[in-house]
Design a protein. Sequence first.
Length: 103
Amino acid sequence: MKQNYLPELNEMYQKSASKLQRHTSLPQQPKSYKLEKLKKFMKMLECAIAFLQVSKSNISLNYRLKLDSCEKQIIKIININRPNKIVPPLQYGQFPPPHMQSH
């Protein structure tokens, strides 16, 4: 899990930290909903990163029981915050790819 998710989580954290720093460096900027949301997101990233950085020798039974739910949460964080892939517009007469067709 560490190899799969930690680099991307660290990158997200660094981007969020620089965004937060830019926002807070503005003179007397009022607290906004987006700022609070960014702080909560960073806290969530910190928890996920800390969870992944536990050394193998310190993994307890309780930790192992939380692995599945934590991995699902990490995947959710990554998928929600990845930039969306731009899908080219369809030409007349073309059908959407199978994964985009509605049933």
